[in-house]
Ligand binder design. Sequence first.
Ligand code: FE2
Length: 416
Amino acid sequence: MIFRHLLMTLAILLFIPSQLFWLWQLRTLGRKFIRSQHLRRWLDGLGVGTYVLALAFNWFWPSPTPEPAHMTVGAAMLEAPFRWWVLSSLLGFVLIAAFYLCNRLGRGVYWLYRKAFAPSDPEGEQLLSPARRHFLARTAVAVSATPFAACAYGLLYERTEIETTHQPITLMRLPKAFDGFRIAQLSDIHVGAFMPAQDIRKYVAMVNQLKPDLVALTGDFITWEGSPQGAVVDALSGLKAPFGIFGCLGNHEHWAHVEDSITRLFAQHGIRILRQENVTIASAGERLNLIGVDYQTRIPFGPPGDGVVAQYLQGVEELMLADTVNILLSHNPNTFDRAAALGIDLSLAGHTHGGQVTLEYISPNISPARLITPYVRGWFQKGGSQLYVNRGIGTIFSPVRFGAPPEITVYELHRG
Ligand SMILES: [Fe+2]
């Protein structure tokens, strides 16, 4: 609860000054390049009017019910540009604030140095000249504008550039009959205007082309409203795998209170959602044990109380089979520590979107998902247990992905 309030307070404290800062920068830019005072006034009015309209549409306008499972004019013309703007302006403002703080700190240290060691150095005076300060300020604004380009790239390109990851998994207890068994995973679909049902069908066709033996769906089929649940189930019903399609539920199904209804809808299409349940997958007289759990967390992140448990994976011991490989479908990768303690061989998770907007390729610590988990993306091992965190295919809050392209994972199991 405190964590959520802290995040909200920080976001609001950053949002207001960031908007004022960037609107002022745009106004200054207009003053520089547009000579006609009449045209400048007209553009100022147009800019403020568009901003107010977009703000009202995104934050104060009631969300459409039912939530669409297709792109709409409002989403394309007002929602997407405004969310791009909010994310870019916030990131840019954080950059410029960091630049300003570093600059002030550097100047303070330099001032102390000059006081102590070079009190009459004329070259040192020049380093703090007005021209240099002006140059630094201009550079800071230019650098902090890069998030606008990066987020535009993430909105228009990276968000839809799906990658297929081929992940070999070696398991000591894997029965011979399952050597080479292939599982495809889809996660965090978030059907809506920015993940229309027709795009989901395209990803379903991609999964089918990979010819998996089994498909695992690891939750977050919807976003805020339960209304497009029929559309997402219908789109996913095209999945084909000889050993079946199985899944677990995510936090968004939990928050929208659609766990029961979406499970029933999936069942009507032959897709089985495992809710604190297990199923054995049999081949040539041997078997695998597949377990699924609902979303559970120990970090209060969503609506009060929802999904918060005293201990992860309570009762899962009774679903495990001692003589074979146990595979767990759990939306939240934070269950992995407990899964490893229980001796679950392989956990498949999602939830983080790989950070969604992240600079993980510069440093693994630059990712918002690290606020909620150490398991942001990819493969992990702990003792004899393994975890893979899929980056998902949908988006949340802002329809932007940067440094975290959408992903289909194909696991090939091997004895070893
Ligand atoms: Fe998600």
